[in-house]
Design a protein around this ligand. Structure first.
Ligand code: UDP
Ligand code: MG
Length: 315
């Protein structure tokens, strides 16, 4: 059992690994803790894996998990948590956007008895306007529509206690939204603030497509409001339609001055059609997630690792 595990998801980070490891190890040296580094290679297409294996040769505390393909950032972190052995674990990005020097502060707060200490972004450097804007919008929407308190402007950069790791390992859902799950779990949580740096090298592995899927995972995992939206709009539209029907009948049967109402007919058909499609889409989002959980496939597939298979029963 180590004091601290550092979990680093890696997707095409060849330009960052060396620098990251240097900065991490100099922080760790100052902290005097027994550490293990868990690099999770999430199907990188560059030579990240060779670089990690290079580190393993000279540093016995370096561990790795090598995925058979790209499974996504959240799953990479989940795998790291499954296999790590520390009393607590830090989750950190490999691109040096999360300054490794903060780990000391996170660790000290953990020592004070907090089970979760997350790092909240005071500012974000070097990211596009669109990314910052969508992120801000997403965190605020999520906050409004979920019943749990997911902190805004907070990524996965945080330290979590072994107790939290063990609960996470028992949450088998395929759609990982770790920051939501960790909020849901509870315990004593606190935060520190930091300024998010620019990516050191390479480009973001989060395409807009991946970000959208991530956002939808977060919402569908922690809120039923979209489903309720379908019901509510259904009622509202039916209510309006009811009065229109009365009106139409009145015109047709009583006043008899009906006109060929092509425009209003089209409007009504298109509007109701749109509402129906949105509602079906929302239901589809939930059903597709349910079915992927029912299929019960493994969350990730390993090519190789120098870590021990986690023993699920010994907790
Ligand atoms: N990452 C990953 N799998 C992916 C995409 C990203 O493991 O499919 C890793 C990446 O190597 C980095 C972290 O997740 O360590 C954060 O990703 P990135 O910096 O690309 O996201 P951003 O900071 O732009 O949101
Ligand atoms: Mg980044």
């Amino acid at each position: 059992m180590k004091d601290l595990s550092i979990i680093i998801p890696i997707y095409n980070e060849a330009g960052n690994i060396q620098m990251l490891f240097e900065r991490l190890s100099s922080v760790i040296r100052e902290m005097h803790v027994d550490v293990e580094y868990v690099f999770v290679n999430d199907g990188s297409r560059d030579n990240s894996m060779e670089l990690i294996k290079g580190l393993v040769g000279t540093n016995p505390e370096v561990r790795y998990l090598d995925f058979s393909r790209n499974f996504g950032h959240q799953i990479a972190v989940a795998a790291g948590l499954d296999y790590c052995t520390g009393n607590c674990a830090v989750i950190i990005d490999a691109d040096l956007q999360d300054p490794p020097e903060l780990i000391m502060e996170l660790y000290n707060k953990w020592k004070q008895g907090f089970e979760v200490v997350y790092a909240k972004r005071r500012s974000r450097e070097g990211e596009s306007f669109l990314k910052k804007f969508t992120a801000k919008l997403f965190y605020r929407t999520l906050k409004r529509i979920t019943s749990i308190k997911i902190p805004v402007d907070t990524g996965d950069f945080r330290i979590i206690d072994r107790k939290v790791i063990n609960v996470l390992k028992k949450m088998p859902e395929q759609q990982k939204f770790l920051r939501g799950q960790i909020s849901w779990i509870g315990f004593r949580q606190t935060y520190i603030e930091y300024d998010r740096d620019e990516r050191h090298s390479g480009t973001s592995g989060y395409t807009y497509k991946k970000m959208l899927r991530f956002a939808l995972d977060g919402i569908t995992s922690f809120s039923n409001l979209p489903l309720r939206f379908a019901t509510i709009t259904g009622f509202v539209v039916s209510g309006i339609a009811f009065f229109f029907i009365l009106y139409a009948l009145y015109e047709r049967l009583i006043t008899r001055n009906y006109v060929p109402g092509w425009a209003s007919l089209m409007l009504a058909v298109l509007f109701i059609g749109g509402v129906q499609l949105i509602s079906i889409g929302i239901i589809g989002e939930y059903i597709s997630r349910m079915s992927s959980n029912i299929r019960n496939r493994p969350l990730y597939i390993l090519r190789e690792t120098n870590l021990q298979e986690p023993d699920q029963k010994s907790e």
